[in-house]
Ligand binder design. Sequence first.
Ligand SMILES: Nc1ncnc2c1ncn2[C@@H]1O[C@H](COP(=O)(O)OP(=O)(O)O)[C@@H](O)[C@H]1O
Ligand SMILES: [Mg+2]
Length: 352
Amino acid sequence: MTRASNSPPLLVVEDLKTHFFTRRGVTKAVDGVSFTLLAGETLALVGESGCGKSVTCLSLVRLVPEPAGRIVGGRVLFEGQDLLQKSSAEMRRIRGKRIAMVLQDPMTSLNPALTIGTQVGEVVRLHQGLRGDSLRQRVLEALRRLRISAAETRLSHYPHQFSGGMRQRVSSAIALSCAPRLLIADEPTTSLDVTIQAQYLDLLREVQASAGVAVILVTHDFGIVAAIADRVAVMYAGRIVEMGSTAQIFDRPSHPYTRALLRCLPAAERGRQPLVEIGGQPPDLARLPDGCPFVPRCPDRLPICETKFPPLVAIAAGHDAHCWAALPATESAAPLVGGSGGGAAVAPPQSH
Ligand SMILES: Nc1ncnc2c1ncn2[C@@H]1O[C@H](COP(=O)(O)OP(=O)(O)O)[C@@H](O)[C@H]1O
Ligand SMILES: [Mg+2]
């Protein structure tokens, strides 16, 4: 959480849209996501299953499953350059080197047929051009940094010889061995038991502090959010519906969906269990309504919510929510603005 707040943002995502074209129609998995991330900052991406968190992460590194999935709009400016304009070869160089990913299931990111030493070594060799003993030393260093004990012996072991927590640390070692500027971790602790999960979070904190790596962390668990995130983006139906600092989100959740998620909070005490269900189902992303997609589940809905997607309402500096009910009462009773902003309390669309 070492933030360099004076420098330009590391990542600027503008109106990102990723859709899946299937026989059922067009699924708008990510539909207009915008946010920025500063160097060294940690952003938590939260929301129920199926709201587009993983597809957002995959889109940032151009790993959307093709041909059904396609990025259909937006910009992903990383260190000032639009990743959506890069060639596949350029993206391969950026992934793993400047941007690292840790996937939900570490088994899928490790090759069961290769030793850990070979796998970590391959990444280091590819990106740093090291050979022989200096390569070996760099690999050992990467493993030790992630507190993998007896690293020398471990080099010759295969993934199945490691526990789940170890595997997650090995895939993190691979991810971090090339000193990335951005780590994208998609539910990295979901497959870990509670003790290992706590260790993993300590590790993530160390990584944040020592290397100043910016982190996008997808998680279901607000306990984890509170522990390590600087800011929170709440996703619903392919969009970020509320965004703010971690303190703002906890102190003044302003979208009814965020409040519903937080009501499930005893999560912090419950450990790693998934969120308690909120009544009703998330909408079908292939048949999104014109109005707010949270309407059928929303305790605060107003008539206008049924017909018009809510504008981005500024709650405080750096904190906003897409919600008609978050507008001051006079404005929501007689709204002056459409879905694209305009009233005094309505922030410009790119303020994320
Ligand atoms: N490979 C795919 N083919 C078709 N649709 C997909 C595919 N992957 C994801 N989707 C769609 O995108 C939605 C969002 O998925 P995802 O980003 O994985 O959700 P989350 O990570 O928030 O649980 C899913 O509900 C599904 O409709
Ligand atoms: Mg996911």
